[in-house]
Design a protein around this ligand. Sequence first.
Ligand code: SPV
Ligand code: MG
Length: 439
Amino acid sequence: MIKTNGFLEVKMNKKKVFVPMACDLIHEGHINILKNAAKYGKVIVGLLTDEAISVYKPLPLLNYKRRLKIITSIKFVDNVEKTGDWDYRQALEKIRPDFVVHGDDWKENNQKQVRANVIKQIKTWKGSLIELPYTKGISSTIIKKIFRKNINPDILRRETFNRLLNSKKLIRVIEVHNGLSALIGSKSKYKNKEFDCMWLSSLTHSTSKGKPDIEYIDDTTVSSTINDIFDCSLKPLLFDADSGGRPEHLKFTIANLDRLGVSAIVIEDKIGEKKNSLSKKVYSQKQDSIKKFCDKIKIAKKSTISSDIRIFARIESLILNKGLDDALQRANAYINAGADGIMIHSKKKTPNEVFAFCKSYNKFKNRMPLIVVPSTFDKTYEKDLEKNGINIVIYANQLIRSAIPSMQKTAENILKNQRSFDEVRNMMSIKEILQLLDQ
Ligand code: SPV
Ligand code: MG
């Protein structure tokens, strides 16, 4: 024991109290917990990393560095332990605390299992769990709602995509094509799951305008749709830039998308008259030479203004039956040309050729994040994509595909019944629509 002054001595004799926290937005509920924890001994906050949190919740609004700054300046906190696993197993093993202090809300919420694991683990060194009553009337969710309305959306959106890439194993992306689909895609939740980002698909954007997917939608229309989407959601947006257009136009397109706040731009290596990759007519299409497409990547990278935006190169070798070796050779060349990631596309019913690609791709020394679009191999579960090292899954067309048959059916039934009453049970009520739009 170091005998410097009485205070340090007392502190060092104290029992160790571990308090796991995300510490995203501190309110009096957190302070109550920390204040009470300090009564039992020296408080060590297990500050969860983005990676740990993203296993069971969406990313926190504030990044780890900002959260660390906040927690270390609270007077009840003696120490902070960086906690990288969602059930604190390693941190607990390292510290072996006498007490773990937690709000009692975890008895009921999606952390039930974590609670059970902690009880079992700390029992091995006779540690005890202290559960403090959850402070009523205040929650981070309420604060986040207010915060989201008031913070500059660009700060959140831009930072989030890179944080997701650094912390989540598989980023889940949903197709959007206007404000409404952005609202639905962003608000949808199932248990602790939600979509992390949005994809402005050329197919569904064109479809929503009643046009074929042939690179017809101009930059002004794209800008206007992106504004509508950003009005309705703070999630990061990945943009489908088709071939990127003529090289001499590309720099303006990229700079515009960057200014608007898009997080990632995907450019594909098909050339000539555009056809959708899943169309039968795609075989009449050509692929760019590796050299020319690398030049495009270089222009795109040079044209970005912010350091956060990412340029992904989309490889169409499997779509055009050019084979795995061609796809791998291109992936390597595109990354060397500066691409921040790769999208490998396939129109097969099974994921076999994509997984074969992953097997070699994952060994690349210069490996970058990998996107897949399982539209045709839609039986494949996310856990299998994750197992194969895929970083981003894009559900590229499902929202519009579900809307169209529903609209068709309603239109036909109104004609059939000559009134709308018979369709009411299949439609959202006006009241629900007003609620959806927060009016
Ligand atoms: C899109 O969503 O527009 C895409 C993916 O580019 S695909 O339609 O499969 O080509
Ligand atoms: Mg497209």
